[in-house]
Design a protein around this ligand. Sequence first.
Ligand code: FAD
Length: 501
Amino acid sequence: MDEPRANPSTGGEVESYHVGTESMSTSGSLADAFSPDPLAGPATVHEPAREIPVHASTDVLVVGGGPAGCAAALAARRAGAEVLLVERYNHLGGLSTGGLVIWIDRMSDWSGRLVIAGFAQEVLARLPDGAVAGAAPELWGSAEAPEVAYWRERQGAFRDVVTWSPMIDPEWLKHLSTEMLIEAGVRLLLHSWVAEPLLAGREVQGVAFESKQGRRAILAKVVVDASGDLDVCARAGLEFEADAKSGGSGIAHCLNTGWIWAGVDFARWLAFKRDDPGGHRQLMQDAGDALGFVERPVVGWRNDVALFLGPRLSGYSGVSVSDLTRVEIESRRRMVAHLDYFRRRAPGFENAWLMLSAAQVGVRHTRRLVGRHKLTSDDWRAGARHADEIGVSPSPSQKFANVSVPYRALVPRDLDNVLVAGRHIACDPQTQAFMREIPQCWLTGQAAGVAAALAVGRAVPTAEVDVAELQQELRRQGVYLQDGGAAPSAPEHAATAPLAR
Ligand SMILES: Cc1cc2nc3c(=O)[nH]c(=O)nc-3n(C[C@H](O)[C@H](O)[C@H](O)COP(=O)(O)OP(=O)(O)OC[C@H]3O[C@@H](n4cnc5c(N)ncnc54)[C@H](O)[C@@H]3O)c2cc1C
């Protein structure tokens, strides 16, 4: 889970790689994060206007093939629209595959009820045996100490409750996402980077994208911005929120390129942690001294795979290419330094080898939409149930009721035919801390997809989509909504944990 953590760094210098001044705190000042980098030459050059070929046209264009984009594309197609999805990389899944964020956060609530269903339920159920590892449905919501202890070690228990929050194999999720979309009739365009919206007043008539074929256009009736960074809306000139912008809290969320190692005996590592807590503490403290910062391994979808969802680097911006470059370099240096240390010192890691570093840099937050409603912690602390609810998220702690997610948080205030889904919906930072998680991005993606199809079908602005019709179609697609919606049954695959007990 992507939880805030204390800083165990000792800040020591190591000769073998650059530690940097940032360690893993979120205290880095990014006052200049949204300014251009220093330049040696002229500040601008003139790019002449030109005609560009129209590559395709579609009812619904989905920009970005991450969790939100995949769910949006599938949902829009199933709701009857013609759909094209554009993705800059060579695969689908976004951070949940290419970013190695393979730990899918909670979909069950504190009572064990599955509240994030729909696309989330279907995609996890369709992963093959051995590609998903999590607690069996009958354990969800359990507070039994042995079950909690077992699943806590495998990221399947949170705040002393067993949850449905499995680990998945990213290659299978890439493959399955692609096949599910193709099977439904979604058209895919990979290796294509959306550069600019084609703006006409309050409408985005399509986008210009860059590829090996040069700059081309796609025309669309409705655009779903599922880029994670609000690229379409920001490029359209819309106001957005950003924690690192002046006026925000002034922090940048940590960035990192994660990695996974194979050849690990995780059962031995867990036994060491359990049986020799003092030795484990000392080892981690020594690691902090030696490495300047230590990232903790978690067990992957198999006992021989270790996942490192760090190293968290602060003080960088996820929308500065110079910063992104630095984060890639620094993360891989730390990966190599960690490998050397863990192989020498950590029981179970003697034969570990570098399986993969992430193809996509881990970005938690850059920009957030200014929407028709901003989902805030005041909303969910007060247990608000929105009339335009399009999904339900588990709450951050047992103190709060399940979180009602309103449609208006996906609708831009200043554009008529655009919807937003994923980690950049309209919300405050406290809400983004959980609404950015993969299941929640599936949830907002599915809602945006259905709404986009309805907007096309009824020829209305996205803000005027009939909420009752939207909710009806979402229910038809298996989404759990609170008003009269029965909790869906557990995914068939929920008990395929290959981790030996
Ligand atoms: C280090 C880290 C740890 C995390 N831990 C967890 C966790 O344990 N559990 C959990 O559930 N979540 C976790 N999260 C959060 C979660 O991974 C992301 O918030 C979630 O994947 C966001 O989904 P998304 O679809 O909004 O965006 P993304 O996953 O970022 O997908 C966006 C997609 O759009 C594409 N794209 C972007 N711009 C363009 C463009 N201009 N043109 C074409 N394509 C474009 C990208 O290539 C990408 O494929 C973590 C995140 C990070 C960074």
